[in-house]
Ligand binder design. Structure first.
Ligand code: AKB
Length: 312
């Protein structure tokens, strides 16, 4: 049975991933860590600032971890507001986690993002292997992170794996500081107010995926046969690509009077404009059978049902 340590366990992905890993591998085999304290009593938890390399290594060693899932990071919009903090946290945390993995011979996962692409990347069907010259600090961190993970694999033999996530949509943890967050907020506002004002402009397409598919993709990639992996860091994955009007149209199937307006935030719009419209996930499909269960309408139905239960 795996012994898994998760950093950033209270973040947008971490807070659901820990539950999924505990269901799959047993609660006692998953150590959740975060810089903030947790009220969750479902399994082991430790406070950890990921820039503290010594504590990270000690926690992993004391837990006998054989797998490190490193999630702690600032997302794109916050990283753009605080670029130096983003560099220190995103890169410092990653190198500390990779060093712990090297020292303790742990399997390793960390997410990359569609943010690893930039304006000169092909916009449609963005290939797995292509030009990556991002213009955001988050993107710089993600490209450097992909390369660093490749380096730890080729140089030290650490079993590093990663996914380039699109915008992730979840009904559990609210996102914080991302560019794609509008596609989560829109569901909350649809239920609470029947309308939404989008900070992303009409016609702006971005890739997205429902959180249950993202969690399954992490487990599937970590379980994949290493001999079949041509790529490692990081696979393009996506379930859908849409613009604000398309998600609004999907919501109107359940809330017919739903209204969408626009008040564009230039900072987040500039980030969105530098990212692809749709990426190609065929390498993930070919190398480890990546698949998704939710398209836009299936996601909308589930989001609205779950959020109604939560908010009413
Ligand atoms: C963000 O918007 O920053 C993230 C991402 C696509 O990496 N959701």
């Amino acid at each position: 049975m795996k012994r898994i340590m998760v950093t950033g366990a209270l973040g947008q992905i971490g807070s659901e991933l820990v539950g999924k890993l505990r269901e799959t591998y047993g609660a006692e085999n998953v150590l959740a860590t975060d810089i903030r304290p947790s009220d969750n009593q479902d399994g082991p938890f430790e406070l950890l600032d990921v820039t503290d390399a010594e504590r990270m290594l000690t926690l992993a060693r004391d837990f006998n971890a054989d797998t490190m899932i490193h999630m702690a990071a600032l997302l794109s919009a916050t990283a753009e507001e605080k670029p130096l903090l983003a560099w220190n946290l995103n890169m410092g945390g990653l190198v500390n986690a990779l060093e712990a993995a090297r020292e303790l011979d742990m399997q390793f996962f960390t997410p990359s993002s569609i943010g690893a692409f930039g304006p000169s990347t092909p916009k449609n069907d963005t290939p797995q292997d292509t030009l990556q010259r991002p213009t955001t600090m988050y993107g710089v961190n993600k490209v450097a992170g992909e390369l660093l993970c490749d380096y730890y694999f080729t140089k030290f033999g650490v079993d590093t794996r990663g996914l380039r996530f699109p915008g992730l949509i979840s009904n559990v943890a609210p996102p914080g500081g991302g560019t794609t967050d509008y596609a989560v907020d829109i569901y909350y506002q649809a239920i609470e107010k029947g309308s939404y004002t989008s900070y992303i402009a009409e016609g702006t397409r971005m890739d997205m995926m429902y959180m249950p598919d993202a969690l399954q993709a992490i487990v599937d990639l970590m379980e994949a046969d290493a001999d079949k992996l041509v790529h490692r860091n990081a696979f393009n994955v996506t379930a859908m690509s849409f613009e604000p009007e398309e998600i609004a149209a999907s919501i109107r199937k359940y809330i017919p009077d739903f209204k969408l307006g626009y008040e564009v935030d230039p900072a987040r719009q500039a980030i969105a404009d530098s990212w692809p419209d749709s990426i190609d996930a065929s390498a993930a499909k070919d190398e480890w059978n990546f698949k998704t269960a939710y398209d836009l309408d299936a996601m909308t139905a589930d989001m609205l049902e779950k959020l109604k239960q939560k908010l009413q």
